[in-house]
Ligand binder design. Structure first.
Ligand code: MRU
Length: 348
């Protein structure tokens, strides 16, 4: 069993594994304020939609924990400011906004009278978000088993494992559960340019779990599907619109097109907290544009001529018609998604 953790609360600190350094170095960083947590999200010390959500919850808890005010109204105002700092860190994964709203809604519902009560309520909800994430992912893993045959050759994009969550993983959780159920699977791991979450993080996790895998460059999926074959694609999601359009790591749409051309099903995997019924379709999902240096450089090494023009959208939208089904902890949604996703969200 892997012995690392992605994020945890410890005595008024938030600790995170620095995912920028993996797999070469395993370094944990300590955070004591919301600005530090927002910076960790923005610079991708922590990444992956559910992990970002958990970090946001803990970020609010830090703001309350270390506040020096004795005035409950003032602390409430400080929390509103902390929420805005966190909201500005990354725009695409809806889990960030979902976690912030959940903590603040819970606080408002409890109408606390003292700063100590506020501290307690905020931390308890942040901890609940983190704890629930692992249970949710285990359930997603189980729900996905109906779609993973023994002997499956599976394409996977980016990193959706324990590192992208508080624990266990979503799409990688389905893969992990298949392995735990004794299925003989093989995973094709997209390297996932430009940040190489597949090559660096997914292969690191799969290696520790003893799950057979092959790392491929992103452009290899069509060739491998045509020559070797594939049985399914399992990918994560950062925001699922009400109509089933799915935002995920850049390159997911290309993988979906290759899969569609070869009759390979593509399943989007995530918690229902990633389903955003307030976003009608993929065009309404904000797509993060990241620094050009992520494209011009591989590590410290510049690979483009000086001054070249770069576009670096960090996510893309796969239209719902290329998404065979959406696997969540509450069940599997099939098209038409407008009805099936609304049905799954009910009771949230
Ligand atoms: O930029 P990242 O690494 O945060 O992007 C991560 C992804 O796109 C994941 O597929 C998604 O967040 C789901 S993680 C369970």
């Amino acid at each position: 069993m892997p012995e690392y953790f992605t994020i945890r609360w410890l005595d008024g600190h938030v600790q995170m594994i620095d995912q920028r350094l993996l797999p070469q170095e395993v370094v944990y960083r300590d955070y004591i304020d919301v600005e530090g947590v927002a910076e960790a999200i923005h610079t991708m010390v922590i990444r992956g939609a559910p992990a970002i959500g958990a970090a946001a919850g803990y970020g609010l808890a830090l703001a309350a924990w270390h506040s020096r005010t004795g005035d409950a109204a003032l602390m409430h105002a400080e929390l509103m400011h902390a929420a805005n700092v966190l909201r500005a860190s990354r725009p695409t994964a809806v889990n960030l906004f979902w976690a912030i709203e959940r903590v603040l809604r819970n606080l408002d519902a409890r109408t606390p009278g003292s700063v100590d009560q506020i501290r307690e309520i905020v931390l308890a909800e942040a901890q609940k978000i983190a704890d629930e994430d692992i249970q949710t992912n285990r359930q997603i893993g189980l729900n996905g088993q109906a779609l993973v045959p023994d002997g499956a050759r599976i394409f996977h994009h980016c990193n959706t494992g324990a590192l992208a969550t508080v624990g266990y993983g979503t799409a990688l959780g389905v893969i992990r559960a298949a392995h735990e159920h004794g299925k003989k699977i093989h995973v094709y791991v997209d390297e996932t340019r430009p940040r190489l979450q597949g090559a660096r993080l997914t292969s690191w996790e799969l290696k520790q779990l003893g799950i057979p895998h092959t790392v491929v460059v992103d452009g290899a999926s069509g060739h491998i599907m045509r020559t070797v074959g594939a049985d399914l694609c399992l990918v994560g999601c950062d925001r699922i619109a009400a109509n089933g359009d799915v935002a995920n790591k850049i390159g997911t749409f290309n993988l979906a097109l290759a899969a569609h051309a070869h009759g390979v099903p593509l399943y989007s995997v995530g918690p229902t907290s990633t389903v955003d019924l307030d976003t009608p379709n993929g065009d309404a999902i904000p797509i993060e544009e990241r620094p050009a240096s992520e494209v011009t450089h591989v590590g410290e090494c510049q690979v483009t001529p000086d001054g070249v023009q770069v576009a670096n959208p960090s996510f893309d939208v796969t239209p719902a018609r290329y998404v065979t089904a959406i696997i969540t902890e509450k069940g599997i949604a099939y098209p038409p998604y407008l009805e099936s996703l609304a049905g799954l969200k009910k009771g949230n």
